[in-house]
Design a binder for this molecule. Structure first.
Ligand code: FAD
Length: 445
């Protein structure tokens, strides 16, 4: 067996996998097709480019996404290290300056003597080569074709959408105001409050606006991931659905009225300079002209300049419960590992976490050691346990969440946990970090 590892795809998962291997002292050839061949969503040639939101989600322990980050920090994650270095204010979330973030990921990898970066599209692979396949939801068509033949199974697929971005100086601050929900962290968000009449007008225009994929129906195979549903699809479920979702007003008080608004659109800073803001939860498949017309009905956005419109893309993922072990090794060929959104995780950090687990286990494989799944009590173990053991007939992409963890009992926590959701989540996090600490002492140090 050859000793050098080929990592295919220099996105969040592939970059993290290459980093983990380099830290273990292994030689890596990292293949990234950009800028020679581009995807429909990426804009630069940088490794680790974030294609949509600049937020890596919550960064506090009572949230499962925050716990996953804490665990990745303990495992010296490249993606979390780069995010920590380039963070921008975002309340309780870890949001980054997207360009600086991707530049940092690229530089940290270029500085590693173990890593060679090759700008080339891979369309097939030698079967005796140790590889980690991390080509993401927008895997190039030629490689998709080859993989389909290799795996001998049909791919699953779904569609995903991107939220628009507007320039800050085009927002009308006689209507909009700064503030975070429940005043948590800095007042980083811009809030556009709507009264009942404004909301009804907006909703009616949103659900009747022209979409780009109107010719595709759910029956024809158009599937969305529940957590990244286009705003107009969510709105069509009922007049109040988005008022209890992305436009919920809870925890916010409009300083002009002293009252909680009827509905709110939140905008999150997109860059360190705070000149660009994205419309939180407003991923959309509306035609661009329709986006401008409909979103401009929101108070504060009447004159908004849209620097990027929302778009839709096809996302590809494999049936991991059928194909992979919890170590992310392919069941059929021990020198092939998979990582990233391609395996059916959803989210930037989850994708990077898959790179971490596959890179770490590939290093063990090369050293002839037994591969190790992360313990189920940890976020890393719970997520990849689920991804590789879910029901393959109904497999859908998954975010990290506490519902994936084994339940807490007095026996495995050592004492009774509190009754509130926050206390319960804290208990999950405490147990996870203590179990991971022991795991690291056994297998990493
Ligand atoms: C349009 C869109 C919007 C999204 N928005 C969000 C969001 O806001 N928040 C969130 O948490 N998640 C989002 N996701 C989901 C997911 O978190 C990201 O796609 C994430 O980047 C996945 O990481 P990855 O490493 O698996 O793939 P990627 O980051 O896409 O990396 C894969 C890399 O492989 C390269 N590649 C592909 N084929 C080949 C080949 N044949 N040879 C060599 N290189 C190849 C690509 O150029 C790319 O750089 C979004 C996904 C899409 C498609």
């Amino acid at each position: 067996m050859k000793r050098e590892v080929w990592v295919i795809g220099g996105g969040l998962a592939g970059s993290e996998a290459a980093w983990q291997l380099a830290q273990a002292g292994e030689r890596v050839r990292l293949f990234e097709m950009r800028p020679v061949v581009n995807t429909p969503a990426h804009k630069t040639s940088c490794l680790g480019e974030l294609v949509c939101s600049n937020s890596l989600k919550a960064d506090y322990l009572e949230n499962a996404a925050g716990l996953l980050k804490a665990e990745m920090r303990l495992m010296n994650s490249l993606i979390i290290k780069a995010a920590d270095q380039t963070r921008v204010p975002a309340g309780g979330a870890l949001a980054v300056d997207r360009e600086e973030f991707a530049r940092t990921v690229t530089k940290l990898l270029m500085d590693r003597p173990e890593v060679e970066i090759v700008r080339e599209e891979i369309t097939s692979l030698p079967l005796d080569q140790p590889v980690i396949i991390a080509t993401g939801p927008l895997t190039s068509p030629a490689f998709t074709q080859w993989l389909r033949g290799l795996l001998g199974r049909e791919y699953l697929y779904f569609y995903d959408a991107v939220a628009p971005i507007v320039s800050k100086d085009s927002i009308d601050f006689t209507k909009a105001f700064f503030g975070s929900r429940y005043a948590r962290g800095e007042a980083a968000y811009i809030n556009c409050p709507l009264n009942e009449e404004e909301y009804n007008r907006f909703w009616e225009n949103l659900v009747s606006a022209e979409r780009r994929l109107d010719h595709l129906t759910e029956e024809a195979g158009l599937k969305y991931f529940e957590g990244c549903m286009p705003i107009e699809v969510l709105a069509a479920r009922g007049r109040d659905t988005i008022r209890f979702g992305p436009m919920k007003p809870v925890g916010l008080v409009d300083p002009k009225t002293g009252r909680r608004p009827y509905a709110v659109l939140q905008l999150r800073p997109e860059n360190k300079e705070g000149t660009l803001y994205n419309l939180v939860g407003f991923q959309t498949s509306l035609r661009w002209g329709e986006q401008k017309r409909v979103f401009s009905l929101i108070p504060g956005l009447a004159e908004a300049e849209f620097v990027r419109y929302g778009v839709m893309h096809r996302n590809t993922f494999i049936n991991s419960p059928e194909l992979l072990l919890p170590t992310l090794q392919w069941k059929a060929r021990e020198n092939f590992f998979f990582a990233g959104q391609l395996i059916g995780v959803e989210g930037y950090v989850e994708s990077a976490a898959a790179g971490l687990v596959s890179g770490w286990n590939m290093a063990r494989f090369l050293r002839g050691e037994t591969l190790q799944a992360f313990p189920p009590e940890t976020a890393l173990g719970a997520l990849f346990g689920h991804i590789t053991t879910a029901d393959p007939r109904h497999f859908q992409p998954m975010n990290i969440n506490f519902g994936l963890f084994p339940p807490l009992t007095p026996e495995n926590t050592g004492r009774r946990y509190g009754k509130s959701k926050k206390e319960k989540n804290q208990a999950y996090a405490k147990r996870a970090l203590s179990v991971l600490g022991r795991f690291i002492r056994n297998f990493v140090e």
